[in-house]
Design a protein around this ligand. Structure first.
Ligand SMILES: [Zn+2]
Length: 75
């Protein structure tokens, strides 16, 4: 019975107790989940910024490709 109850819980790597991670918000966006027992950071949610960076890289790469195609057509 206890095993089924812990399916939604994760184990804190720091204090090794089953925890319901507490989500910390920063600028209205989830920043990290922390252990309510020892305040260890379990997960960081910095993926959104990284995703934006990746999207920007893709846009830049795409415009470079378009520029090269435009040059090729001119030649
Ligand atoms: Zn902990």
């Amino acid at each position: 019975m206890t095993l089924t109850k812990t399916t939604n819980k994760s184990f804190c790597f720091h204090c090794k107790s089953p925890v319901m991670p507490k989500v910390v918000f920063y600028h209205n966006e989830p920043d990290a989940s922390i252990c309510p027992h020892c305040n260890a950071k379990l997960k960081t949610f910095k993926n959104s910024a990284k995703l934006e960076d990746r999207l920007l890289v893709k846009i830049v790469a795409f415009s470079i490709v378009l520029y090269l195609i435009a040059l090729a057509i001119k030649l």
